[in-house]
Design a protein around this ligand. Structure first.
Ligand SMILES: NC(=O)NCCC(=O)O
Length: 412
């Protein structure tokens, strides 16, 4: 990714590796370049786990996809998750793609130009996914716009579109062309409900049809993530979309910090949950590789985690009541998109500073195999927690605390 001085649009070549991990694309690259092969193998085993007893294998992709990746300078990686062979079920292999990207023009450009430039930037990546035979593809959170919610300025609401708006039509054509399910997370304008705004993922079927939508359940109020200025908590529950390629769901960004949110998608039968995100290094990077992976393990499904890339600079400085001096950017969106599997294995991450497409083959049979192995569903004691939660949400709830009687006894 080239660093753009977003206000005047100049590209600073010297800083083009800004956002890298000490000059490396990712932690994985740093380790691979600096550890002896046998040490790197052992570190990878512990960091990324094993799938069917082996490190994940890479998949070879068509030359046309590779040419798009080098021609348009985006990271392209591909891995394969296996499952054990079963006697009574055929493998159910799905090819999944995740796309991460920086914005294409300075935030001062005309809004229409900004949006169209992002379309142009993302299109070759979707083409590469199509050329590679991807079945289900997910884009990043609010992919049609800069992540301007830090500013609290209402003019960015102009990027909001109805579910059947311009970006959906653009994606529908590509979904049809490549016979691909595409998840398109946008800022939604609900024209039937007083022009209200939502943070929404539109699920487009492989025939180009709109299967449905899901609205972000949990809205952050942390650091510069002033999203509650723009939209409210979603009202679509925890839908699972049954597609030609499996049962999928979308847990949008900050929802990944809520284990019950992940659980609910699992209870509704999701086999792959996508987590389109926009988050910055200073706030969440140590949490990023853990939360999605934990969700995949605990809920016996695959998770596709996607994060934006780059630093987006806004025209007017802002503060967020956290004592920091006024500033004009969120910090660095660190990319690092990856896929986690129910058996605790995980792909290496895409670049921390470049656009990228991550492709993963996954045998969905692995989900049930892990349920059978670990029995998390059977041992979950949902009734215990249903009872606790039902009592907790009542105003007269009292925590179950048993105090040491000696704690409050006066010493003689
Ligand atoms: N987009 C969004 O919800 N970001 C919140 C920050 C985080 O969850 O890391």
């Amino acid at each position: 990714m080239e660093k753009t001085d977003a206000i005047d649009g100049k590209v600073d070549e010297a800083s083009s590796r800004e956002g890298s991990v000490c000059g490396y694309d990712s932690l994985h690259h740093l380790l691979s370049a600096n550890l002896k092969p046998h040490l790197f193998q052992e570190v990878s085993r512990i960091l990324l786990g094993l799938n069917c007893g082996k490190a994940l294998e890479t998949i070879s992709l068509p030359e046309s996809a590779k040419a798009l990746s080098s021609g348009h300078d985006f990271d392209l990686q591909a891995y394969c998750f296996l499952a054990d062979k079963e006697l009574l079920r055929e493998p159910r292999i799905v090819r999944v793609g995740l796309i991460q990207n920086s914005i294409a023009l300075p935030t001062t450009a005309h809004f229409l130009d900004q949006k169209r430039a992002i379309f142009e930037k993302v299109k070759p990546m979707i083409d590469a996914a199509g050329a590679s035979g991807v079945n289900v593809l997910c884009l990043q959170e609010a992919w049609t716009m800069p992540f301007a919610f830090c500013t609290r300025e209402k003019r960015w609401c102009e990027f909001a579109e109805p579910v059947d708006g311009e970006s959906t039509r653009f994606i529908q054509d590509l979904a049809r062309k490549y016979n691909m399910v595409i998840i398109s997370p946008i800022l939604e304008r609900d024209v039937n409900h007083g022009d209200t705004i939502w943070n929404t993922a539109v699920i487009i079927g492989n025939n180009g049809n709109i299967i449905g939508k899901h609205r972000k359940n949990h809205i952050p109020r942390v650091g510069d993530f002033n999203e509650s200025t723009y939209y409210m908590e979603g009202n679509t529950g925890h839908p699972v979309f049954e597609t030609a390629y499996g049962k999928i769901a979308v847990n949008i960004c900050y929802g990944r910090h809520h284990p019950l949110n992940w659980l609910a998608f699992g209870l509704n039968g999701a086999e792959i949950v996508f987590n389109p995100s926009a988050t910055v290094g200073e706030l969440s990077e140590p949490m990023w590789p853990i939360e999605a992976r934990n969700a995949a393990i605990a809920n016996s499904y695959f998770v596709g985690s996607i994060n934006r890339v780059g630093t987006e600079v806004f025209p007017n400085p802002f503060t967020s009541g956290d004592g920091k001096p006024a500033h004009a950017d969120f910090g660095h969106f660190y990319g690092s998109s990856h896929v986690s599997a129910p058996d605790a294995s995980c792909t290496p991450s895409l670049s921390r500073h470049r656009d990228g497409l991550l492709i993963s083959d996954m045998d969905l049979n692995l989900c049930r195999q892990l349920k059978d192995k670990w029995g998390f569903r059977m041992t979950a004691r949902y009734d215990l927690y249903a009872d606790l939660l039902a009592r907790y949400v009542k105003p007269d709830f009292e925590p179950q605390v048993i105090s040491d009687p000696l704690l409050h006894k006066k010493s003689p």
